[in-house]
Design a protein around this ligand. Structure first.
Ligand code: BG6
Length: 481
């Protein structure tokens, strides 16, 4: 097949970001604090800190971000020039319900997204909207302890209903919780915080707390799907997963088993979102571990009634696991099932993320065979340090190389394997604050933003060399053979 024959005419070539990583204006027009607003800047070596409220003397990179809140019209002009058909962003929940439990929404917040969506539509760009992309009103942590508290189900549903109603004629594509499956995979405090607004306390069984918070989110998501479909039956409502294939490091059967057990930590969430049931492997595990989880018959019915239309997912890298001691794989992290090790066949970016385009084809196949639902690649990309040359150009051929290889892999999955893919929105279409490290200089964009890790810079936008390359990909509906 000619590559550009493969993609349907309405294939959603786009770009993706998230509200807290671009908007800034963290306290403008009645917005409340969100979980992202209390994250300091980190770097490759030292993690971001989660502070109790906003502390003086700390630098919070998301407070200003790239000031998209005030500059979106200028940025959308560039997106149009790039040819984007879709733009994935999120609604910052704390703009709409500043404390999370407010009875009435904040009109100024609603108005901002009205204007933003109008501007996109006016420029022929379809908004693709995540309801909670690591943004949860901070007050829901302070007053309720975050999603481990089931009261948050209703607060989320009220928020979802409010925005789905308001934007019913402007937004068709929705997703509920961004990378909801990060949390069970790592027990990394940053992930539990950003996914669920939960901080572990002394004596907590981390897995039990995480499972409870996750269940509450899955129930909230299902309820939002049901309500959304009633508001507008044409809505396409998806879930959002982080898929990172976990390969067996050796062909030892124990490594193969460990790899599929590790994948259950990632698949658990989409199993519930897509099938509307708690998978048996999870029930068995909770029983074995003696978890005391709170959910009702009615909740189970909600899960059944609110299954998703498609699976949105991010794909950046793969990992490998081994149960063996006598292999020289570099240990990265220990799990009960196995230890995660470096893959000797793959190269990594500067942050250690192993680059694996075949892993994308593998993922598309595995997920499609598991669920038989349309898939939407809503994040893919390579974080890199870019430099502005003396002639003002940003020669990011490494970015083009990464994306080209992944687009080829996606093409193979569609053309050869028959996987149903709705669209492709590479991550950080314009440079933004990194989620993981809080750095500005971990860049993904086709559009450079003049700002550094300390927050200095003019915020001026500039096209990178990759801009023209992606523009051509979209124009030709795929890569030229
Ligand atoms: C995903 C998130 O984890 O990966 C994004 O959905 C994030 O919010 C992206 O920015 C890339 O991660 P990072 O740490 O490089 O920003």
């Amino acid at each position: 097949t000619q590559m550009n024959d493969t993609f349907p005419k309405d294939f959603l070539w786009g770009g993706a970001v998230a509200a807290h990583q671009i908007e800034g204006a963290y306290d403008a027009d009645g917005k409340g604090l969100s979980t992202a607003d209390v994250l300091t800047a980190g770097n490759r070596e030292s993690p971001r800190q989660i502070t109790q409220g906003v502390l003086p003397g700390q630098y919070y990179p998301n407070h200003e971000a790239i000031d998209f809140y005030h500059r979106y019209k200028e940025d959308i002009k560039l997106f149009k020039e790039l040819g984007l058909k879709a733009f994935r962003t999120s609604i910052n929940w704390s703009r709409i319900f500043p404390n999370g439990d407010d009875v009435e929404p904040n009109e100024a917040g609603l108005k901002f997204y009205d204007d933003l969506f109008d501007e996109l539509l006016k420029n022929g760009i379809e908004p693709v909207i995540t309801l909670s992309h690591f943004e949860i009103p901070y007050a829901l942590y302070e007053n309720y302890g975050g999603f481990k508290n089931r009261k948050l189900i209703d607060f989320f549903v009220r928020y979802a209903e409010t925005v789905m109603n308001r934007y019913k004629d402007k937004v068709t594509y929705w997703m509920t919780f961004n990378e909801i499956n990060n949390q069970l995979d790592t027990f990394d405090e940053l992930h539990t915080w950003t996914n669920s607004a939960v901080l572990f306390e002394e004596g907590d069984n981390k897995e039990e707390v995480t499972v409870q918070a996750s269940l509450n989110e899955l129930i909230a998501s299902a309820k939002a799907v049901k309500i959304g479909k009633a508001i507008n039956p044409d809505f396409q409502i998806g879930c959002m997963m982080a898929y990172v294939p976990v390969y067996p490091y050796a062909c030892h059967p124990k490594d193969m088993l460990a790899s599929s057990k590790m994948m259950e930590r990632r698949f658990f969430y989409s199993d519930v979102h897509v099938r509307g049931e708690i998978p048996i492997y999870a029930l068995k595990r909770w029983e074995r571990e003696g978890f005391d989880l709170e959910y009702t018959e009615e909740d189970l019915l909600s899960l059944k009634e609110g299954t998703v239309d498609y699976i949105g997912f991010s794909y950046y890298m793969s990992t490998a696991v081994t149960t063996l001691d006598d292999l020289d794989g570099q240990p990265i992290r220990d799990f009960p099932e196995a230890k995660v090790v470096g893959n000797p066949y793959l190269e990594a970016n500067d942050w250690g993320w192993q680059i694996d385009p075949d892993g994308l084809r593998y993922t598309l196949n595995t997920v499609y065979q598991r669920y038989n639902k349309p898939l939407f690649i809503v994040e893919n990309g390579m974080g890199a340090y870019d430099t502005v040359d003396s002639d003002g150009k940003i020669r990011d051929d490494y970015r083009v190389e990464y994306l080209e290889a992944h687009i080829k892999a996606m093409h193979e999955a569609i053309a050869i394997d028959g996987v149903d893919v709705m669209g492709y929105t590479p991550w950080g279409v314009i440079d933004i604050v990194s989620f993981g490290s809080g750095e500005m200089e971990k860049r993904y964009g086709f559009i450079y933003v003049d700002k550094d890790n300390q927050g200095n810079g003019t915020l001026k936008r500039r096209k990178k060399e990759s801009f023209a390359w992606y523009q051509k990909v979209i124009e030709e509906n795929g890569l030229q053979d």
